[in-house]
Design a protein around this ligand. Sequence first.
Ligand SMILES: [Zn+2]
Length: 409
Amino acid sequence: MTRPGNLTIERALALARHSDSPDHYTRLLYSPAHRAASAQIQAWMREAGMTVRVDSVGNVIGRYEAATKGAKTLLFGSHFDSVRNGGKFDGNLGILAPIECVAEMNARGERAAVAVEIAAFSDEEGARFATGFLSSKSLVGQFDRAWLDRCDAAGVSLRDAMRDAGLDPEAAGKDALDPAQLAGYVELHIEQGPVLLDAGLPLGVVTTISAGNRHTLTVKGVAGHAGTVPMKMRHDALTAAAEMVLVIEKRAGAGALVATVGILRVHEGSSNVIPGHVDFTLDIRAGDDATRRAAEDDIFTACEVIAKQRGVVLTRVRQSESKVVRCSEAMQLRIAEAITAAGVEARRLPSGAGHDAMMLAEICETGMMFVRCGAGGVSHNPAETVSVEDAGLAVRALLELIRRFPPAA
Ligand SMILES: [Zn+2]
């Protein structure tokens, strides 16, 4: 038998060749490369002894039956779309490692107390139609039909793209999973951060998942001539915004949270004009909603004080709010036991990135396992990497999880 993890890593590298771009890895929903990747995943699932179906939104779902009829299903899953110029393991790892597990069981003629299904989600990143979690939302019965009219950068609607991919847009989202059949959902994912790397640990148990909460802050001051308005008489929107950005950094650093200003625009900016209008974004995330809200309150109060002192006007708009999702305690325990059984310490850590697991948590017991991210912890980046050893440990831990799953769970 080949080394555990080898198959997963080899396949992740092979799958990344199905890319929309010849020189980097980009795979957008329903592109030719996306369809080729889907066909390849289907082939690997069949090779592992699974029956395969493709659902109404192009999710590929493989099934490996339990030892007994009528058993519940333990569902694994992750996504095979990518961001532009993404990493080869983001999403794909959570499809390929469970396939390696099933291949191993199939080779031994082994059946578990639960049926194993693996869902390869067609669209999580939403990079083509700005539809985050389209696939998993469809699976939990929350497909938004308004998405069908969304167009990509080339003006192609989701409806037409689905037709081109051989799918029926009218059927989209009508084949949600039956929660009564599910024993639970587990998503294996690359950590996309440096915590496990820093701790010297290959695997982790995710406690909470938080997607970003986004705000836009607008600062309006008084534009003026860079040469004629004395410093003391200025109402510079940019220096006010700069002070606000530093307040945000300081407040986030003082608590268990992260905050990022990723966009800052100086409207009608010019080298010889005092900035009169600036807006910037704030993305803020914490392991629980109360911690995040308290920090938001502190930040906005402090920004108001800065605005007052500098004689500028601050307005803010909340762009999106997503609640923190807590992974099921029972599933966290199972995943921790499985990691320990694979011979490594089970570190618990929160996920600061959103995942399909957030949607599945609405219908069943949900958990996530993280795999250490190499290359300094970078992700959504071509340098993203996972070692064969770590992938092998993940495969062993997932096998332990499957084998320990009781029939009545
Ligand atoms: Zn991902």
